[in-house]
Design a protein around this ligand. Structure first.
Ligand code: FEO
Length: 171
């Protein structure tokens, strides 16, 4: 049985993950409105990954006999000035999620909740990937400066992203 403290923190994290999905859907609509369909595709997959993260937490609470609470999700930002602004916001959001995952892991340690620690180890590794992926795109957009042709090269590369469960080497 999961403790009330861990249960409440996981319920909060479920909200963060669904909010992230919502945020990335909003970013997808921005990119699609600019005909940057590679960026749009990347954001669409990112939103789907966030739903999968939330479901991992939902399933954990179901398996451990903890009540799932589904609180309200805030509306995300929809207006942005540039692709760089969008990707910086995405990276900033991932950094916030990392901090909240780290807090949850610390709580699981404090509570001697070993199953929650194992679950959080998965999320800790995932956050390294999440920050790296968003950070690389920020770096590339900064390198591109205002060049439209460089932007289109990045857009073409992002169009090749495949869902996580279809990545090479994934189980
Ligand atoms: Fe679920 Fe992007 O962290």
């Amino acid at each position: 049985m999961v403790s009330p403290e861990v249960r409440d923190a996981i319920n909060q994290q479920i909200k963060h993950e669904f909010y992230a999905a919502y945020l990335y859907l909003g970013m997808m609509t921005y990119f699609e409105s600019k005909s940057l369909s590679g960026f749009g595709h990347w954001m669409r997959l990112q939103a789907q990954e966030e739903v999968a993260h939330a479901m991992r937490l939902v399933d954990f609470l179901i398996d451990r006999g903890g009540d799932v609470e589904l609180g309200p999700i805030d509306a995300p930002q929809l207006d942005f000035e540039t692709p760089l602004e969008v990707m910086k916001a995405a990276l900033g959001h991932e950094q916030k999620v990392t901090a909240s995952i780290n807090d949850l892991y610390a709580l699981a340690v404090e509570q001697n909740d070993y199953p929650a620690q194992v679950l959080m180890q998965w999320f800790v590794s995932e956050q390294v990937e999440e920050e790296k992926n968003a950070g690389e795109i920020v770096d590339q957009l900064e390198l591109a400066g205002g060049s439209a042709s460089a932007l289109l090269v990045i857009d073409g590369r992002l169009a090749d992203r495949v869902p996580e469960d279809e990545e090479e080497g994934s189980a």
